[in-house]
Design a protein around this ligand. Structure first.
Ligand code: 5GP
Ligand code: ZN
Length: 147
């Protein structure tokens, strides 16, 4: 371990333990609330969005730049930047995102012909909005092969 690594490890321990740790968590929570994340704003009703579904865990709204006749984004209400930030406790949330996707596919009439679900992650994945979201795309035969 280099001296720099040691310093970083000591700083991390200081910031994440005891009363200072609690303060760090509170600070990060209030920063997240002030975050300029566009999807958080849509979820909170602070930015316009064609909302199709909402419950205590997830919100679904139409994509502003649809790639197909049906293009819906299903997002967790809690700000999770990407799939890379998922915790094991989030597994039920992810299952719920898929259930809502199935329900919306039925509502939008694309279940029979089929549809596509996409989760872009990070730069190579083509993720442009850093709030985890599931794209539900349908209403036409998908043209682009994956990758
Ligand atoms: P990503 O590229 O991150 O997987 O997908 C982000 C999606 O969010 C894009 O399809 C984009 O069209 C959509 N999007 C970006 N900004 C907004 C917005 O302000 N409102 C809505 N409804 N969709 C947005
Ligand atoms: Zn967000």
């Amino acid at each position: 371990m280099t001296r720099w690594d040691e310093k970083q490890a000591r700083l991390r321990a200081f910031l994440t333990h005891g009363a200072v740790g609690d303060l760090t968590v509170a600070l990060l929570r209030s920063l997240a609330k002030m975050s300029p994340c566009i999807f958080c704003k849509i979820i909170r009703g602070e930015a316009p969005g064609a909302i199709l579904y909402r419950d205590e865990q997830v919100t679904a709204f139409r994509d502003a730049h649809p790639a197909a006749p049906v293009h819906i984004l299903i997002v967790p209400n809690r700000h999770i930047a990407s799939l890379n930030d998922l915790e094991i406790e989030d597994e039920p949330l992810i299952g719920h995102l898929f259930s809502v996707a199935k329900q919306l596919a039925g509502q939008e009439g694309v279940q029979e012909n089929g549809f596509r679900l996409i989760v872009n992650t990070g730069a190579h994945g083509g993720q442009t909005v850093p709030h985890l979201h599931l794209h539900l795309i349908g209403g036409q035969r998908m043209r682009h092969p994956m990758g």
